[in-house]
Structure formats: C-alpha cells, structure tokens
Design a protein around this ligand. Structure first.
Ligand SMILES: [Zn+2]
Length: 410
C-alpha cells in the first residue's frame, strides 16, 4: 500500500508546531483572523449578526478603529497584514487608469510589499499559517484562493474548516468578500447588503462551532467601509483641473493630482472649490503631500502631489472606471471607521478600547501567539490581554495622533 511506504510518509507529513503551543508568552493555540471586506463599523453595529455580537460581548472591542488611507482593498489588507502604513510597505494603489490612453497601468503590485508580513514573521518564529481568500498576505504555507468579486461564503468556510482539519494552523486568515461586492453592486444600506452580512455572520458561527472546546482566539476586522455614491462630478472637475494645469487620476472617491508648481496649484484649487456652491457641497478636502498625506503614512510618488477627497454621495472617475452605487476610497467615517473585535482564549471579556488603527492588528495577533511583531510594524500591541506576559509591551494610543486622525475626518 502506498501510504505504508516510507517515501510516501515523508512527502505527505506536515511538520507539527504543537510543541510550540506551550512556549513562553503564548496565550492561545490558534488565532482565526476574519476580515469582512467592505464593512464599516456603523453598518456592522446596525446589522450585528448574532455570532459577532457574541464574540464582542465576550471579548475586547474597539470603539473607534481607523483603517489606512487610501481606504481600498489592496493597500488596506497589506497594512493590516504587516502592521505598516502604505507609504512604508509601498503597496499604495494596485493600478490606475491612464486618462490619456484609457489603459490600465499597474502602479505597484501587492506581492512587491517592501515589508515583512505577519505570516512571514510567524514562519520565521516557527509557526505556520493558512489563508482562505485574501491574496494580500505573502508567505502563507497553506493557501486556498477564491474569487475576490462574487464569492461564495459557505465554500470559503468549508475551505477554512478543511484547513483546520488538515493543516492545524497557528494563524488562520479568512476573508469574506461578499458584503463588499454586494454593496458595490446593490448599494449600501440595502436589504441585499444586510442579508449578505447576516450570511457572513452565519458562516462565522460555523467556525465558532468548529472551535468549541479548543484554545482559539477570534479576531473580527474589516479593511474599509463603504458609502453611497449617486453623483459623479468628473465633468465638473475635469475642466477645472485642466484650467489649473493639474494632471489627475480619479479613483472612485478621490482624485490624485500632479502639477509643476503643486503648492500654488493646490491653493488655487481650494479657492476655486470654495467659490463654487456645487463644488463646495461635493468636495470634502484638498490634501497635500507634505501635510495630510504624510500624517496618514500615504507617502510615495504614486500618490501624486495632492489629493482631492469627496463628500459621501459623490464620485469621480477617469478612464474606464465604472459607476457603482456604493464605493470607497475616501476619508469619511463610513469608509475609515471599521470594526475590530478580539475574542476568545487569552483576551479580556466585555472590554472596550477607545481607539486603534488597523496597523495594530498584526502586532497584537503576534503578541497573542507569543511571537515578535512583523519586523517593520508601525502599529501598537493593543491592550487586549487577559494576562500580559513578561516582555509584552502593550501601549496606549498617542493622543496627538488620535486627535490628528479625528481632525481629518471632520
Ligand atoms: Zn476591500
């Protein structure tokens, strides 16, 4: 029989990390990190599937968790998975549409992240990781891909359960994309969006049942939220950008701007916006590279020299971008404030933290697993621990940063 042959056992054996479960500082046998793509804190709170409510009530949750800017999938996942801001990891915009040639141009590819991912950090420390969907976490030892747009939540859960049975990962990341897709296509706050979130909730319940009696910790997070977009103002802005000599690219909820003399061009743009009642209603802010974008860790050439952010309801596109009834990428509460819940073994129950950023997730998960954070991480280790072990450095938020991020949301 094949399975009795030595060579067969050699190639089919999966090395165990069970021995490392008792290692010093380790609080949990497994972290299951679930990303519900595209769900704002507000929308989750409103719909609140029973499974997530249970995890929240029995865990530590964050009242105000900020994701990074731009609030779009690739960069937001990469930031969460490495604990670094987009300007540091270099994964800023996956692609842009060149308005002149109407072609898609790759800006930087997700696999080119310059920083260590949580999976690479855990691997270097002897732990193993599995990922179901979510292609923005480099270095998984076990990975199952599913479509990013329009995927099937039950199939995703089936694959996650199979990963637990067959691979027994220390860290399992699962991404449910359905609610993001549905909000893009049907709009936010629709019955379809609510139903899709409840569907994900039922799937999370299945995972909780799978882990009953085990020493598992759940982390529920999102990469960004979503707002309704009813009015495109590309036609209004294109002539203005041309008049001011600004090169631009519209990315759904924001425009990136380049110019020969950006400082004065951006000032003129601000004046033009405040002098026009229609634009005043539609434009939330004009940001510059050295000020707001730098605060947000959004550095690098592909951000351009400035950015224009839009109020909810408005969109701007160039080239072939389509017009969705729901979109994200801007800097409003419904796009930036996302849920964050830690629950299960090693985590304080019924506890609220006031503030976090999604870059804090990877360092905190590493802490729960008794490991060092990814080496480039800029986030903090959050105070979720039931018993903090020696050497674990949980830290309080920097009040200046909390204030600065809050101001940008106004
Ligand atoms: Zn997303």
């Amino acid at each position: 029989m094949l399975h009795e042959r030595d060579w067969y056992k050699r190639v089919t054996a999966i090395p165990s990390t069970t021995g490392l479960r008792g290692m010093e500082g380790r609080q949990t046998d497994r972290v299951i990190h679930i990303i519900v793509d595209g769900v704002s804190q507000r929308f989750l709170t409103e719909v609140m599937p029973g499974s997530i409510r249970y995890l929240q009530q029995h865990g530590t949750w964050v009242a105000r968790c900020h994701t990074i800017w731009p609030s779009i999938t690739g960069p937001a996942h990469t930031a969460m998975n490495s604990g670094t801001y987009a300007g540091t990891n270099g994964v800023t915009l996956p692609y842009v549409v060149d308005p002149n040639s109407e072609t898609i141009r790759q800006v930087n590819c997700l696999r080119e992240s310059r920083v260590e991912s949580i999976v690479e950090a855990l691997c270097r420390q002897g732990l193993r990781s599995a990922g179901i969907c979510g292609h923005m976490n480099r270095g998984m030892q076990y990975f199952v891909s599913e479509a990013c747009i329009g995927h099937h939540c039950e199939r995703v859960t089936d694959e996650a359960i199979r990963a637990i049975d067959e691979f027994d990962p220390d860290y399992l990341q699962i991404v449910y994309f359905a609610v993001d897709t549905i909000q893009h296509v049907y709009g936010v706050d629709t019955d379809e969006a609510r139903e899709s979130l409840l569907w994900v909730g039922r799937e999370i319940h299945r995972l909780m049942e799978k882990e009953v009696g085990k020493r598992t910790t759940f982390v529920i997070a999102a990469d960004h939220g979503m707002v309704a977009t009813t009015t495109s103002i590309s036609d209004l802005l294109a002539p203005l950008f041309a008049e001011l000599g600004l090169t631009w690219h519209g990315y759904g909820r924001f425009a990136l701007l380049w110019g020969d003399d950006p400082e004065s061009q951006l000032e003129k743009l601000k004046d033009a916006v405040s002098g026009d009642p229609e634009l005043r209603k539609a434009v939330q802010a004009v940001w510059s590279k050295d000020k707001e974008l730098a605060t947000l860790g959004a550095r690098g050439e592909c951000y351009g020299q400035g950015a224009m952010l839009l109020e909810p309801g408005y969109s701007i596109t160039s080239g072939s971008s389509s017009s969705y009834p729901g979109n994200h990428g801007g800097y409003t509460e419904d796009e930036i404030l996302v849920p964050l819940i830690f629950s299960g073994v090693g985590v304080k129950e019924n506890t609220r933290l006031d503030f976090a950023e999604t870059v804090d997730i990877a360092p905190t998960i590493c802490g729960l697993l008794g490991c060092e954070a990814p080496e480039d991480a800029e986030g903090r280790i959050l105070d979720v621990f039931l018993e903090a072990s020696d050497g674990l450095k949980v830290s309080k938020p920097d009040s200046k940063r909390v204030e600065a991020l809050g101001r940008l949301l106004e």
